[in-house]
Structures are given as C-alpha cells and as structure tokens.
Design a protein around this ligand. Structure first.
Ligand SMILES: *Cc1c(COP(=O)(O)O)cnc(C)c1O
Length: 360
C-alpha cells in the first residue's frame, strides 16, 4: 500500500533520549524548557526574530485574527484547507472569497481590490503547497486600504523569498506542524510576526490572557503546546535538510517520468526556493483525473484531491458561491504520494500506471 503521505519519524532512541529529562524535571507543558528550546532553534533555523510555538495551525490562525482585532470581512481564498475559512467564521468574521490565479493556484492579487468594501479589515491568504503568494502586490493593496494581512503558511516551512523567510511577510504568518506536514511536532503550530508587541499579545492570548499569577492582560485561550511535542519538533529539526533532499529527489523523478503526462504543475514564485511539501498536478480534465485516481486505487496507491471541493460552495455554514477559476481548476487537481520513505521504484510504478490510464 502506498499512502498519499506518511509522517516522518526520527530514530526512536533519539526521541526517547530527549524526553528522558521530562521525568527528571516533571515539567510537562506550559512553556517548558523543551518548548523554549524549540522556539529558539526555529527562530535560528528560519531566521525570524519573533515566533511562538502553539497547539496547532488552526489555533494559530484563530489567535492571529483575534490579536489583530479583526471583526469584519476578511478577503480570503476558496482554494485552501478548510481551516483557513473555518477560523474566520469561528472568530465571528465574514469570509469574502477572491478567485485564484490559474497558474499559481494562489489568491489572484489583481482581483482583491474589486472585493474590498467598507467592512473589509484584512486579507487572509494561503501559500498553497508552500508556493508564496504575490506578497508584494498584497502588501501594496493592504497599505493602500489600511488592511491587516495574515498568511496561512501551513505548507510553507523553510520557504524564503528574496532571501527572507516567507513568514516575515504580512502582519502575522502562521504555520502548521501537524504530523502530515513536511516538518512536524506531531501536533503543533507557529505564529510569526515582525512586531514584538504583537508577539507579546499573542503570548498572553496563548496562556489564557495571564500576565501574572493573578492578573490578565488579554482575552485569552489555551494555545500552549507540550514538552513531548516540542521534543519531536527538536529531533525532527535535525533531519529537515535530509527531508528536503529526499523529497527533491522524488519530485524530480516524478517530473522526469511524467514529462508526457497531460497535466501541468503550479507555477512556482520566481524568487523563492521550493520546499517540496506536495506533488500537485493540474490535470487536463476531471475525467482523466478520476481514471488515474481509480486505477491507482486498484493498485492500493492513494492520492488526494487537495483542495477539492472549493471552500466557497461546500461549507454548510456558508451560502454557496460560484468562483470561476477555482470551480474550474479544483476538480482537476490531484496530489500524488510524497513522503520521506517513498522509493523511486514506487514513483516509477505510479508514473507507469498514470501513463497507462492516459493512453487507454
Ligand atoms: C494543515 C493546514 C491547516 C491546519 O493546521 P493544523 O495544525 O492541522 O491545525 C491550516 N491551513 C492549511 C492550508 C493546512 O494545510
């Protein structure tokens, strides 16, 4: 069986060694030493100044919205994971969908201005598959209309644009460290901002709003993460370069073998490195996609329609809306298996089957 993804696991003795100290300290959660060490290591690795390790990528988005005092309309993309939209609704705000660019599959920055109303307060865009949005164009619009910008960088760990971490763009960027992501701490998330005051506010929010044992600075929530999760993050960080390298080899093998397959790859930002988080393909049509998906499933090989369907017309808590390019592209996108342990023989098998489906 070949799943679409498989979590990376480090050698278990390395993990056990690092969690051993937890028994001595008996400090299990609440910003313990391993969580602090992970924050330090990630700041260094990502080259960012301010970062918080939180429970997961979803709570990171909620905290971002809350800490920026956003209560009105948020312009966002219909082509993302459900958490991008659900957190907007959860925070009592209104998502306003703007279509994606057919080549990059990210929000189309040229269509944002037309969606701005007097109630618009922010833009929440996803770096889809880790591919940076047009951050410069978005920044210009945000400045012109005095809007906050949040980036859902759940896929974008390790990506740099113009030699700067992608997480440094926007008022706040978030990341997910969920087990299925490129780099993970089993469950986990990050909040990154350039603004030290905003970071401090989020640190209070993360801990119920406490700013002392008997006093509160903010309306807070429990966004903390544990020492056991931090330990996994610390061990996995040692392997991150191996992880990219392995995924690059797999990606290039797919590219080579699928040269004549009738599909295109999303166009990557020209000034950014690739982090090989996913292997998405935009098929010529949905019929071919379904034939490939079914044929692969017959061989116990699992792909994922990621993201399908569009968030603008599937959520039971929102009025369904047609969004031209998203509705056209989303049914034709398929992510192929990509994970550390995937072998090149398995990649070759997948590609052979795909070409067979195409030529039938
Ligand atoms: C995974 C993901 C999230 C949610 O992150 P969790 O850590 O699972 O809560 C949010 N947005 C996108 C785009 C994701 O892929």
């Amino acid at each position: 069986m070949i799943p679409v993804t498989k979590p990376f696991l480090p050698p278990n003795d390395e993990y056990l060694k690092i969690i051993d100290g937890i028994w001595k300290r008996q400090w299990l959660t609440n910003m313990g030493p391993l969580a602090s060490e992970l924050e330090m290591s990630l700041k260094e690795y990502l080259k960012v100044n301010h970062l918080l390790f939180v429970t997961n990528g979803t709570i990171a988005l909620q905290m971002a919205i809350k800490s920026l005092n956003i209560t009105g309309e948020i312009i966002t993309t219909p082509f993302s994971f459900v958490a991008t939209t659900s957190t907007i609704v959860w925070e009592g705000c209104t998502p306003v969908f703007v279509d994606i660019d057919e080549k990059t599959l990210n929000i189309d920055a040229t269509k944002i201005e037309a969606a701005i109303t007097e109630n618009t307060q922010a833009i929440l865009a996803t770096h889809v598959y880790g591919n940076p949005c047009d951050v410069e164009a978005i920044e210009k619009i945000a400045t012109k209309y005095n809007l906050k910008v949040i980036y859902d960088g759940a896929h974008a760990f390790g990506v740099r644009v113009n030699n700067k971490s992608i997480f440094e763009y926007g008022d706040i960027s978030t990341c997910s460290l969920h087990a299925t992501k490129l780099y993970h701490s089993v469950e986990g998330g990050l909040i990154i901002t350039k603004d030290p005051d905003l970071l401090k506010k989020n640190a209070y929010i993360r801990n119920f709003g406490f700013n002392g044992p008997e006093s509160f600075a903010e309306l807070g929530i429990n966004g903390k993460n544990s020492e056991f999760h931090a330990a996994m993050g610390l061990v996995n960080l040692k392997y991150i370069d191996d992880i990219y390298k392995r995924r690059k080899v797999i990606t290039e093998r797919y590219n080579e073998k699928l040269l004549n397959f009738r599909a295109y790859r999303p166009k990557w930002h020209s000034d950014a490195n690739i982090n090989y988080a996913y292997y998405p393909l935009v098929f010529e049509n949905e019929k071919l996609l379904l034939e490939v998906k079914n044929l692969l499933e017959g061989h116990e090989i699992f792909t994922r329609r990621y993201f399908y369907p569009s968030l603008a017309n599937t959520l039971p808590y929102l009025e369904p809306k047609k969004i031209e390019i998203t509705d056209k592209v989303s049914p034709t996108v398929l992510c192929l298996p990509l994970y550390y342990d995937l072998t090149l023989e398995e990649v070759d098998l997948i590609c052979r089957l795909m070409l067979r489906a195409q030529n039938n």
